[in-house]
Design a protein around this ligand. Structure first.
Ligand code: 4AZ
Length: 438
């Protein structure tokens, strides 16, 4: 809006002054003024809250207790067994119920069962519990608060499992001890501040994938590089020293001293770097048919597990994924056939496709054997590509991630009716154990 100049004589002055004042306090100005004050107050509150929230610190505890209304099963001793996973997830869910709706509010972060052992009255549980409290609080005082909430819940809440109150003990532990305990489990993801990652923030990303992955989102991802030749293939960390990858990655060069493995979400700079000491190709790998496209590589020196470097779980050979199961493939591979390697790790959500469908005449016409697994979309668009080879295809169950496939082959990338073909890891579970003892 334009301002028209107001002309007035001396005699008009008081009226003009009144008008000017009235103009000054017109509704728009009043609204703007109010808005400014509200904004200033808002920012002030924001700053104060920011500091209060930022001041929160993680506190870790080791909890031990007995559950008396279930019987110990042999398989509870095996952390990759379905029995262990399902029971521990039930216990972890119960802990969330106990703490998340308590008066303590959202101080509870997460819990993880570390061990289940037999007990004459049922099952003994060892678990890590994580909380965030103001850093000015003491571990002992927080422990009392946690115990109070727990005991209250045992009295008032209908819980599926019976926790024996006298058996319950809570010990404060530091971050290092917590990590060591968690590292006894595979397939767990954490952010740099030890906060859990959301179950899956992830959508489509490698080919047709735009967003890169967050630090610590896929901590088992490895880049295999030829010294002087750069990134060649992906691989997955399955222990402190062993990598699982595709056999075809070593077609060019089988000499371990010519290779390095890097960890982290970028190739340069890498978070951690190691040399290879040993390469084991599957004895029956056939280049022509892509059968048994699997290899192991051993690092010369072990890597320490952290939020950035972590091993993925190997699935039990009995697990079966039904068609259309949501899985994730990650890698530094190209975005289009024959494109360049990416410096930042990318991810894509794909779906498993049954071997029957994948072997149809209009798809791969019988080329898919029992050691292969198809994943992607019949309409194409999202897929792994050149340079992703050897890398992981993972399946997340109750926040634990399993390596179900190794990027192996496919006709070009992301074409309709030409999904990605992966080495079916469950088929090679015994082979891996025979070579590594894992
Ligand atoms: C490759 O050349 C390659 N679309 C890897 C994966 C796929 C195709 C090719 C799957 O390494």
């Amino acid at each position: 809006m334009m301002y028209a100049p107001v002309e007035f004589s001396e005699a008009d002055y008081p009226r003009a002054e009144y008008q000017r004042r009235q103009q000054f306090w017109d509704p728009i100005r009043v609204a703007l003024f109010t808005l400014a004050i509200v904004a200033v107050i808002g920012i002030a509150i924001g700053i104060v809250t920011h500091f209060v929230v930022e001041d929160d610190k993680s506190f870790y505890y080791l909890g031990s207790f007995k559950i008396t209304n279930i019987k110990y099963k042999e398989n509870y001793g095996m952390k990759s067994s379905r029995e262990f996973i399902e029971r521990s997830h039930q216990i972890e869910r119960m802990m969330s119920r106990i703490f998340q709706h308590s008066s303590g509010g959202d101080r509870f972060i997460k819990s993880h069962v570390i061990k289940m052992s037999p007990d004459e009255h049922g099952v003994k549980i060892l678990m890590v519990l994580m909380f965030r409290y103001p850093s000015t609080d003491s571990a002992e005082r927080i422990k009392k608060k946690i115990e109070r909430i727990l005991y209250q819940s045992l009295k008032t809440k209908q819980l599926p499992l019976t926790i024996n109150k006298p058996s319950f003990t809570l010990t404060s532990i530091d971050g290092k001890k917590m990590m060591n305990l968690l590292n006894s489990r595979c397939g767990i993801r954490m952010t740099s501040s030890n906060m859990p990652l959301p179950a899956s923030s992830s959508t489509e990303r490698i080919v047709q994938g735009r967003e890169i992955s967050l630090e610590g989102e896929w901590p088992w991802q490895v880049s295999l590089q030829l010294i002087g030749g750069g990134h060649q293939c992906g691989a997955s960390l399955i222990s402190n020293t062993w990598l699982l990858t595709a056999a075809h990655c070593f077609c060019k060069n089988k000499d371990p001293s010519q290779w390095i493995a890097t960890f982290g979400t970028t190739i340069t700079p890498p978070a951690v770097q190691r040399r290879l000491g040993k390469i084991i190709l599957h004895e029956n790998y056939h280049r022509g048919t892509n059968e048994n496209d699997i290899a192991l590589a051993q690092l010369t020196t072990r890597v320490e597990f952290s939020n950035i470097v972590q091993r993925v779980c190997l699935p039990d050979s009995s697990i079966k994924l039904p068609p259309k199961t949501s899985v994730f493939v990650t890698g530094f591979g190209s975005l289009v056939d024959d494109g360049p390697t990416q410096n930042k790790l990318r991810q894509a959500r794909v779906e498993t496709i049954s071997t029957d469908v994948c072997n149809r005449k209009d798809v791969y016409d019988g080329l898919i054997t029992s050691g292969m697994l198809c994943a992607g979309y019949m309409e194409g668009k999202v897929d792994a590509c050149k340079g992703d080879s050897g890398g992981p295809l993972v399946y997340g169950n109750h926040d634990i991630w399993y390596l179900v496939g190794i990027v192996s082959w496919g006709q070009s990338c992301a074409l309709p009716k030409k999904p990605g073909v992966y080495t079916r890891v469950t088929r090679y579970r015994e082979w891996i154990a025979s070579k590594t003892g894992i």
